[in-house]
Design a protein around this ligand. Sequence first.
Ligand SMILES: [Zn+2]
Length: 361
Amino acid sequence: MSEFTKDEMSTFDRVSATLKGEPTDRICIGWLGRKETGLGLPQVTVADVVRDKNGILLYKGIKALTEKFKPDIITVTTYTTVEAVAIGTKDKYFKDQLPAPVEYVIKSPEDLDRVHIPDPRVDGDLPCIYNALRKVVRDFGNYAPISAGTVGPFSVAARIRGLWDISFDIMRRPWFVHDLLKFATDACINIIEGWQSAGATGFTSGAGSETVLSPEHFRQFCVPYERQYLQSAKKMGFLSYSRHICSGPSADLVVDDMTRFGLDEMPTLVWGYYKDAATMAQKKKLFAEFSPCVAVGGTFRASDQLAYWSPSEIEAEVNRLLETCYPGGKYVHVADCCIPPATPLENIEAFVISAKKYRPK
Ligand SMILES: [Zn+2]
């Protein structure tokens, strides 16, 4: 089938057609992060990459991945507490994995009066993303859609307060959770304004914290604020929305309520954890009822399958997954969550190449 041996569509046309469910020359390859934080120069650690205010190391990691694997979507980001750290949460940094929080900035309701909305050009480790984004847009802006974002209002609130404490607050003093969420929503909106000025055309949202909520609490504490974040992004002129579902205990339940975010005509990718391929195929149909341009992707487990399996096992699993999820399009080939920085390159190669070669039977 010689017509399938090379790419016939531009990256932009492929992404656009994929989200709308129109035919494409091959599967759309999504974000390959956060592998980029583990590439770069020898002797460079993940801690060096994510704290480099000039964004040069992150840019080099993204450039290396983009040139090697030619994904269809580029996302510029570092770690999932980066917004909270810019607000005052303290993280521990590691050599070969992403930073993790050790002390949350909001210890009591009064602390909320002492923090300020972060400026992505100067605060915490956000300048790394801002400056890398400008370089990535300069070099790859004509090649692929480039997005950047935040973990979204609920996850930012959980990362400045702590997941245990915000769970306590939800049960005992919900008014305070709403105060936290108003602040977190303003922070997310201000951050993506910075990303837009640096040249991002797509914006992203979502992390694990909201997938510990019950569907009822998700509707109360996540949906209204995510809607506001999404509406602001639309007004700013962002062209696409990438929404992550992380693999928390309620992930496959709350995903249904993501239809309440107000997706309308916004080209959207809802990616991440869908439990299994059949569930993802079924949710693809569900989203199609709410918006004409929502694609799904994910389910391939990054933290164990992609990081530790052999390339041939990965290839077999990619084929198995695509047989169920690819028919009818509206599918982006992406892992279920961040690809660990230390994942072997040959595994990512098997993950990407087997999908690019795949054709429906
Ligand atoms: Zn995740």
